[in-house]
Design a protein around this ligand. Structure first.
Ligand SMILES: [Cu+2]
Length: 197
């Protein structure tokens, strides 16, 4: 009973707390030669916030023999569906330690979603179509976004000492880069440089 109450109240607190003292924060992700990186993952781990989700769903579709989206960001604990909208069958898998799974040759939507229960990067492939590739990036926070063509995201963050996590599909390692992020009452910005291949 107590647990059920906590679960019901926590989202309300999350909504209220940041508004008390929060700042609009811009993060730009660039390559070492200064070029903006699109589709980079930016996540901010905020002290005191629930790191894992429950009952949250997301999906990576297959359309015209492509995964959509190419990069999906989810909070740890999210269940991801893999609906196939093509007339051909797909066989979706990941060998990544963050989540190993294998959805054998199927049409339509597999009955069971895949639960992403550990943070990190899972790279997806299809056994039938070698060119199909995508990534599910799992983060211990509900605060995340992907950069636009200018390499930018804008986040509303509570004041405090946070951890800023970033990653890009061209990152050489399947793990997020981490750095401290100090947010005060005023708006601010951070530029992150990511190594890319
Ligand atoms: Cu396929």
């Amino acid at each position: 009973m107590r647990q059920a109450l906590t679960l019901a109240v926590a989202p309300l607190l999350l909504c209220l707390a940041p508004q008390a003292l929060s700042a609009s924060w811009t993060v730009q992700v660039r390559s070492p030669d200064g070029k903006p990186l699109q589709d980079a993952v930016v996540a901010v781990e905020i002290k005191g916030q629930r790191s894992t989700a429950s009952g949250v769903k997301a999906e990576v579709a297959q359309r015209e023999r492509q995964f959509i989206p190419y990069v999906l960001v989810v909070q740890t604990g999210t269940a991801v569906n893999f609906p196939n909208f093509d007339t051909v069958r797909h066989h979706v898998y990941s060998f990544s330690p963050t989540k190993k799974f294998d959805l054998k040759l199927y049409a339509g939507t597999p009955a069971e979603p895949v639960l992403f229960d550990k943070p990190g990067v899972a790279t997806l492939g299809c056994n039938i179509h070698d060119q199909m590739s995508a990534h599910v990036v799992v983060v211990d926070t509900p605060v995340f976004a992907k950069t636009d063509a200018r390499g930018l995201v804008q986040l509303e963050l509570p004041a405090g000492e946070h951890q800023l996590k970033t990653w890009h599909p061209r990152s050489p390692e399947p793990r997020l880069q981490s750095q401290a992020l100090s947010v005060g009452a005023a708006a601010g910005q951070t530029v992150v440089t990511l190594q890319v291949e």
